[in-house]
Ligand binder design. Structure first.
Ligand code: SAM
Length: 243
């Protein structure tokens, strides 16, 4: 029996960061089409004719893929970014409370912003500094003996879970905050810490800013909420500067 998937309100993109195997890229495209996903972003990929052979009837997904040079460029495309790893739990900020795929599905229910699901290189996965830049982390529970899955299979499991989404239509007034809005909030927070000289040490302040950015990323704020939060923070910065 074939699945007839409901049209998505939330249609995440799959982002492959520096995929090394041309065959894997094709298999990911095929998997995406299997589950009704079409937006593929490739960061500096090793793409070849072989990729198209492995895509089989999903060549269109490959043809329409957005190709960018750097991880940074890919980040800029999304309002919410999700990293994937088979090895969660190593570092405090990036790995706090990784989600399971079905929890991600529930978390994204009704979300209408642009979502990027980031998958790592076959050899080294996503680097720690990349994982730190992503808003949420997802891990597929696997055997402790061998937790790391093949790239295309990991994509399949996550898309399978997400394809079960039946999101509520969004209310126009409740638009999710864009990446720029969230960054504006983080900037004003950083300014406040600076004028407060809290913590005194600049490096420690940067850690506080990172934690704040993570919290903002996980909070699924609406644009309106971000503006409501920015207002008083700006006022506080101004008052302190006048003192
Ligand atoms: C072959 S794995 C990377 C292996 C790499 N040696 C490592 O240790 O991270 C390629 C990608 O598949 C995804 N992946 C593999 N296993 C996963 C799991 N258990 N949960 C979530 N994603 C997984 C991640 O995106 C990972 O970066």
């Amino acid at each position: 029996m074939h699945l007839s998937l409901n049209p998505f309100v939330m249609m995440p993109s799959v982002v492959l960061v520096e995929p090394e195997g041309p065959a894997n890229i094709g298999m990911v495209a095929r998997t995406m089409k299997n589950f009704g996903f079409s937006r593929l972003v490739l960061v500096n990929p090793n793409l070849s004719e072989e990729s198209y052979s492995y895509a089989v009837h999903a060549r269109d997904v490959l043809k329409n893929a957005t190709i960018v040079e750097t991880f940074e460029e890919a980040l800029e495309l999304f309002d919410l970014t999700v990293g994937t790893t088979g090895k969660p739990g190593r570092r405090f900020i990036s790995y706090r409370a990784p989600l399971y795929p079905w929890e991600l599905r529930e978390t994204l229910k009704g979300y209408t912003g642009e979502v990027g699901l980031f998958f790592g290189r076959e050899s080294i996965g996503l680097k720690n500094e990349e994982l730190e830049r992503l808003d949420l982390i997802v891990t597929i529970p696997t055997s402790e003996d061998y937790p790391v899955m093949n790239l295309a299979q990991a994509v399949a499991v996550i898309l399978y879970e997400l394809s079960k989404t039946r999101p509520e239509p969004s209310v126009e007034a409740l638009k999710p905050a864009t990446r720029d809005e969230k960054e504006a909030l983080v900037r004003v927070w950083a300014e406040l810490l600076k004028v407060l000289e809290y913590p005194k040490d600049e490096e420690r302040r940067e850690v506080f800013v990172k934690v704040f950015r993570k919290a903002v990323g996980k909070a699924f704020l609406y644009g309106r909420e971000v503006h409501t939060l920015i207002g008083p923070l700006r006022r506080a910065v101004k008052r302190l500067e006048e003192c």
